[in-house]
Design a binder for this molecule. Structure first.
Ligand SMILES: Cc1ncc(COP(=O)(O)O)c(C=O)c1O
Length: 389
């Protein structure tokens, strides 16, 4: 029986285990040297001034909001096709959230969609735009930066999918996380992400002011007296969002392998693309021009107009062969907590949601497992294609 092929999973090797063992033998297993080493490695690799490890990506987004002093009724814009974290953390602070429709192929916000959201909702003052690079593909980040300037608001990058991704601007290449075109960037190190610390996240910025706030809010809001270590003040209560040295040691070791991980993901991306190209009438993978993406997800767009089946049928068929793809994501306005919306406001999101699934992609995905996934997709199309097409 073939083993379960999930859409993602971690890769842990001997060096990871050795790093963790070393961390366990240190005097401090939290707030120690591996935390600062991990943070230093992040800031060096992505070329930002400040990096802070935190307990997970959700905490990282919360810290970003606390750093910009997001308050009740402040307006935040974010894509409707999204993970819940950026929404729930802003909601907890009482912000007014406006979901922006997305491009039906990339699942990401565009300038037009943001302008439309601002116009339709008669938005006057935006506190923050929270971008999200779905699947690790860097779309429109420079344009969003221009909008940030126009609206005079913060731009927070939810880059939980996009570690290791790079982008070009005027012949210069920058890393996501450099914050050259944003205020704050947030990563997640959950096991399905490109690198993992078990649970974990990181926040990067170039602003001294924001960085001070992130640091303080990560640690209960405690401000230590520089001269007398036993004295401290708390001006605003906060949370414990620290990440331990044990997790950070794993992070150091994983970060050493980031390029190798992305190389493999990219290879898998091109293998799917090449092998499914001739079926483009039925399925296609977006032709991401920018080859320096993060390749976190491989999103298959399915043209159901040419097939006699629905999205659930794809899942059921693949599951039968022990393949477990995923949705990324159910648009946030579809959940019970959200008040009802007119779906015609979200045409792009509806189309994206109807047509897109995430295929298995991870470092340890074996060649024969990848061939198996491709074979089953081809067979599914063979069975379900409309005769007339
Ligand atoms: C886009 C996005 N944002 C935020 C998060 C939250 O990260 P974490 O699970 O580390 O809290 C995730 C994690 O799945 C994510 O995919």
């Amino acid at each position: 029986m073939r083993k379960k092929i999930n859409y993602g999973r971690q890769h842990i090797d001997k060096s990871d285990i050795n790093f963790v063992i070393k961390s366990l033998n240190k005097k401090l297993i939290t707030t120690g040297t591996y935390v600062s080493l991990f943070e230093k490695k992040i800031s060096n690799k992505f070329k930002c001034n400040y990096a802070y490890a935190c307990s997970n990506g959700t905490a990282g987004l919360h810290l970003a909001y606390l750093a910009i002093n997001l308050k009740k009724n402040d307006i935040v814009l974010m894509p409707s096709v999204n993970f819940i974290s950026s929404y729930s953390m802003a909601k907890n602070l009482g912000a007014k959230i406006f979901l922006v429709d997305v491009d039906p192929i990339t699942g990401q916000m565009t300038t037009e969609k943001i302008l439309e959201c601002v116009r339709v909702n008669k938005i006057k003052k935006i506190k923050a735009i929270v971008s999200m690079y779905l699947g690790g593909y860097i779309e429109n980040n420079i344009i969003l930066y221009k909008l940030k300037k126009i609206y005079n608001c913060y731009l927070i990058e939810d880059a939980c999918h996009a570690i290791g991704a790079k982008y070009k601007e005027k012949n210069n290449v920058y890393s996501i996380g450099s914050c050259k075109h944003s205020d704050i960037c947030v990563f997640s190190f959950h096991p399905v992400k490109t690198i993992t610390t078990g649970e974990g996240g990181a926040v990067t910025t170039n602003s001294k002011l924001l960085s001070n706030r992130i640091k303080i809010f990560r640690d209960h809001g405690i401000i230590r007296n520089k001269k007398s270590y036993w004295k401290y003040d708390i001006k605003q209560t906060s949370f414990n969002y620290r990440l331990s040295d044990i997790n950070c040691a794993l992070g150091v070791s994983q970060l050493n392998k980031l390029n190798q991980f992305i190389k493999k993901r990219k290879k898998i991306f091109y293998e799917y693309k090449r092998k499914l190209e001739f079926l483009k009438r039925y399925v296609r993978i977006n032709n991401y021009e920018n080859k320096t993406n993060g390749f976190h997800l491989i999103i298959l767009n399915i043209n159901f107009n040419n097939l006699k089946c629905k999205k659930d049928d794809v899942f059921k068929y693949l599951n039968k062969y022990n393949i477990f793809p995923q949705y990324h994501y159910i648009p946030l306005y579809k959940f019970s907590f959200h008040k009802k919306v007119f779906f015609n406001k979200f045409k792009g999101s509806e189309e994206y949601y109807k047509n897109s699934i995430s295929l298995p992609v991870y470092y340890d995905l074996k060649k024969n497992d990848l061939s198996h996934v491709i074979k089953i997709i081809k067979r599914f199309i063979q069975i379900n294609r409309l005769q007339s097409t």
